[in-house]
Write a protein that binds this ligand. Structure first.
Ligand SMILES: [Zn+2]
Length: 246
């Protein structure tokens, strides 16, 4: 996160792809009907795309959507766990939404082999490296990811230096309805700024959920409790768990 590199030069393939064409190229799962989003007047967008871990078994596509207007850089990731495809579908859908300021960076399918095999873990990796979400560096510890896929993703994150991260996962059932799972929850990392953002996100998403028991719940991440847990360490991060029945 400390090293600023010229992201445009190293991994970027300058391109102006339409969302439809980019989805074909990204091997994205079949999409449900898109959500209704507010009618925003979008800035003139520039979209750049490229590959992470190019040529390897972990190769995955990223997109950078730039509004050309000052604003935060937000990284949106999905598919870290291969048996949670909702995050990959959602990230791929969000990258086609209007953008009025700042930059959105998408890695919808972080764990392509896992998504293809419908497994939580990264297939064929040794047990200690199998859960991608445990292979990212810990706050305050050596800034090194573990295993080839986490290393490649982390190098990309370091180049991009996002201000915020949203890591989209999937959970069973609904937290608000009393489930012990994290289904339909928004988990924030402990940071004063993320509390207000979590409130804004909850208000926006819950305005679209009619059933009170299916509304998204507010959760607070445990910071260091999960070893190496997630790209959210990259910045002021938030994990969104979409209930699998929503
Ligand atoms: Zn997950």
């Amino acid at each position: 996160m400390r090293t600023r590199m010229l992201a445009a030069g190293l991994l970027g393939v300058l391109s102006l792809l339409t969302c439809a064409r980019a989805a074909e190229n990204g091997g994205t799962p079949a999409r449900p009907a898109p959500l209704a989003v507010p009618a925003l007047k979008s800035a003139v967008l520039t979209t750049r795309t490229g590959l992470i871990a190019e040529g390897s078994a972990f190769q995955t596509r990223y997109w950078i959507v730039d509004s050309g207007v000052d604003g935060p850089k937000v990284l949106v990731t999905g598919g870290v766990h291969g048996d949670e495809p909702a995050g990959a579908v959602a990230a791929d859908e969000i990258r086609c939404w209007p953008l009025v300021k700042g930059r959105l960076i998408f890695v919808p399918r972080c764990n392509v082999p896992g998504l293809e095999a419908d497994t939580r873990d990264v297939p064929r990796e040794p047990t200690e490296l199998a859960d991608l979400n445990r292979n990212f560096p810990l706050s305050g510890k050596e800034d090194a990811a573990r295993g080839p896929l986490a290393k490649a993703l982390w190098a990309f994150v370091r180049e991009q230096r996002p201000d915020y991260t949203l890591d989209l996962h999937e959970g069973s059932d609904f937290r608000t309805a009393g489930s012990g799972s994290v289904g339909s929850s928004i988990i924030r990392v402990p940071h004063p700024e993320t509390a207000a953002l979590q409130d804004l996100m909850l208000a926006a998403v819950n305005a679209t959920v009619a059933d009170a028991e299916k509304r998204f719940a507010r959760l607070r991440g445990g910071g260091q409790r999960l070893p190496g847990a997630g790209l959210r360490r990259a910045a002021r991060g938030t994990r969104v768990h979409r209930g699998d029945h929503v």
